[in-house]
Write a protein that binds this ligand. Sequence first.
Ligand code: GDP
Ligand code: IMO
Ligand code: MG
Length: 428
Amino acid sequence: MAVDLLLGLQWGDEGKGKIVDVLTKNYDIIARFQGGPNAGHTLEFDGIKHVLHTIPSGIFHEEAINVVGNGVVIDPVIFRKELANLSQFEIDIKSRLLISRKAHLILPTHRLLDAASETAKGKAKIGSTLKGIGPTYMDKTGRNGLRVGDLELSNWKDKYRALADKHEAMIHFYNVDIQYNLQELEAEFFSAIETLKKLTFIDSEEYLFQAQKEGKGILAEGAQGSLLDIDFGTYPYVTSSNTTAAGACTGLGVAPNQIGKVYGIFKAYTTRVGSGPFPTELFDEDGATMGRVGNEFGATTGRPRRCGWLDLVALKYAVQINGVTHLMMMKSDVLSGFETIKVCTAYHYQGKKISHLPYNIEASNVTPIYTELKGWEQDLTKMNSEDQLPKTLMDYIEFLEEALEVPIQIVSVGPDRTQTIHRELAVS
Ligand code: GDP
Ligand code: IMO
Ligand code: MG
């Protein structure tokens, strides 16, 4: 059985959590492969909203096993809070949530280093979520990291101490004013580690290999978005992992020839939280309307998200890099009421018209060229089949499918599980 992937195609927050939850009924295992608690994945059903940061979005389905893969970085303190939020649902966590021994741990000093680095950068800051993601992946690639499997060894605290002491020296090196009480942070960390140790640790690559052999359906859940990828995103304004399809292979130990469908998720417009270039960003009433109607505030940090029109140049790039086979368009309902919908189909760059992402994509040197389409008035949020969708929305969908050369399988018309329109496609 092939492993299917679900990935964000923009700058994150496309609605991955909602769609993983919707698709989980078709799978036996949901596996997160990268990122950490910088992610905030929102699910809504039965009138309740849940935000998950590290735990995969299949957790509310009784039949599904959820795996936190080796590519993920785990903050035990945040993880414990997530578990506490789930306690009311009587989920058998011990058997349904499995953690890779090879996943790396975020230490309290990683968070402090993140803050020190951002403060030192001043105006050039990345706009990090300050969850310690960058420093933890730096220790991973620097071959210094502390892994979940280390917790099963008797000397893990020595390893911890050596790493935390090194971090403290590095924090002083930054020479910025960061206030902290390490003793308190460590007490919280050590007690959260005890909770983590009660969970089931596995060799996840072996587990997934066997599951595949047994014909189990596996869906890999991405975090962040393709334009935040460490290699292919808008560097340096990116996160510190491979958010694109290849990241699922390294983040789970799945061979490339085992990958099946690649679901690519995008919003009907674009948002970005944090710093960095965003060619179609709007600073006018239209952008404010998207933010207000779409309730565009970060699920992890609460920061307002920057909003703008759909950028087909960037989206096509993401479709190519990931080998997307099926598209899902989210938050279509938010565009109801716009007389005209704009789509960026090319850029003006250094006196030329280009239709690819240039190396140096600074907001100031790229001007979007827009195609205008007619909008729709209708409220979509109660619609539940394709034949109810307004003609002008169908025109928008067809325009995008033609440009991207990939079918749009799902049109999402609201945050709830039920507000999801599955389209009949020629491909399955
Ligand atoms: P993720 O990080 O990709 O899982 O996305 P987030 O959860 O950070 O952000 C997506 C937000 O949009 C959440 O608040 C969702 O509840 C909400 N959402 C998802 N799909 C839709 C939709 O089709 N319409 C509307 N209005 N909201 C949606
Ligand atoms: P989900 O999975 C949106 C952004 C941050 C910042 C940059 C680097 O919910 O889509 P980091 O904390 O990784 O060092 O921050 O990446 N960022 C996200 N933006 N959604 C996310 O995750 C994000 N995770 C990180 O805002 O610009
Ligand atoms: Mg999010």
